[in-house]
Write a protein that binds this ligand. Structure first.
Ligand code: ADP
Length: 328
């Protein structure tokens, strides 16, 4: 059975982008067809300015939402990255294989570092080395496939390069993984700025739909989404990013193809209305289940504890082998 690994950062509240770009496939496909691990990657949340209590709360919330959205601990392994030491152990070895030039070429690093400097802050070294830790997350488990949104493609490419290089230098230790993306909505865009992705770290903004938003908030955000000049409903990501984003969200919620859906709508208003209702319906059962799980924190705790034990057992032999292979 193929091995699948993916993760989510507790740097903010989970968004519709996280759900459509990654989580939905984890629930509907990966956990059924693969030996799958899903991880709240809390160490990654320390790469930018963070509040310790908030990271802890958001980690728990993210894990609860993963379960609420449909991950079943009977079918897959759900855990928190920092509970399994193997990630950090392997990361250091991979730092001895990756180069600083590779790190500095990462688009996400360039963007986040520039934003940090613009705020007058300093850039944490861990922001630069983040993709190596991500490579360790993936490679520790002998992962074949990494289901992620479009924004993570470059990091998974780097993971492949590092795995190949390690194997060539020190003997075959790691599986070289590939990425999978959803066919539609692999990059959900910000509703107020459809040229940039809907990111959970964008603070509570009107352009971001959060999984725990009340129905009225969802409707308001989608009805106020920036659309493009012109009035025809067409799917063209370059020329009409706002409308195309809504078509993709709707297509992802209801199934179907954004280009075909474009032919169904004559006005932006009716497209927005249907998109809003589709998202409200999509989130309703997730929010209901989240509420139930919040009432039973011991259950979530137990899932994460068992998940970490399983993950540790899966990771340890390969990480030990990597230590031996590299000369330790
Ligand atoms: P972020 O902090 O940007 O929300 P994470 O790094 O925690 O993202 O990503 C978790 C998963 O969600 C990743 O697979 C990522 O590719 C996906 N994802 C994040 N934002 C989006 C988006 N706007 N559209 C599609 N997928 C996304």
């Amino acid at each position: 059975m193929k091995r699948v690994f993916s993760g989510i950062k507790p740097t903010g509240h989970l968004t519709l982008g996280n759900y459509l770009g990654a989580m939905r496939r984890w629930n509907t496909v990966d956990q059924h067809e693969a030996d799958a691990l899903f991880c709240v990657v809390d160490l990654h949340a320390l790469t930018v300015d963070h509040d310790p209590g908030r990271v802890r709360r958001l980690s728990r919330q993210a894990a609860t939402l993963l379960l609420a959205a449909g991950l079943d601990p009977q079918l897959c392994t759900v855990f928190v990255q920092s509970h399994v030491d193997e990630h950090a152990r392997l990361s250091y070895l991979l730092e001895c294989v990756a180069t600083d030039g590779e790190m500095r070429r990462m688009i996400q690093y360039k963007e986040k570092a520039a934003a940090e400097r613009a705020r007058g802050g300093s850039v944490r070294l861990s922001l630069l080395t983040y993709p190596v830790l991500m490579a360790a997350d993936i490679l520790a488990y002998g992962t074949d496939e990494v289901p992620v949104g479009d924004d993570q493609t470059q990091h998974v490419e780097l993971t492949r390069d590092v795995a190949v290089r390690f194997n060539q230098r020190y003997g075959r230790t790691f599986v070289v993984p590939r990425t999978t993306h959803p066919e539609v909505a692999a990059r959900v865009m910000n509703l107020q700025d459809p040229t940039s992705k809907m990111g959970k770290s964008d603070d509570v903004g009107p352009g971001v739909v959060y999984l725990l938003d009340e129905p009225e908030a969802v409707r308001k955000k989608i009805m106020r989404a920036v659309t493009d000049s012109g009035s025809e409903v067409v799917h063209d990501r370059e020329a009409r990013p706002g409308v195309s984003n809504l078509l993709e969200i709707l297509a992802a919620c209801e199934g179907g193809n954004p280009k075909d859906l474009a032919g169904v709508y004559e006005t932006y208003g009716s497209l927005k209305k249907d998109t809003a209702e589709a998202v409200v319906e999509l989130l309703r059962p997730v929010q209901q289940k989240h509420k139930e799980l919040c009432a039973d924190p011991a259950y979530v705790e137990g899932v994460l504890r068992e998940g970490a034990e399983k993950a540790r057992e899966m990771a340890r032999p390969r990480v030990d082998a990597a230590y031996r292979a590299i000369g330790l």
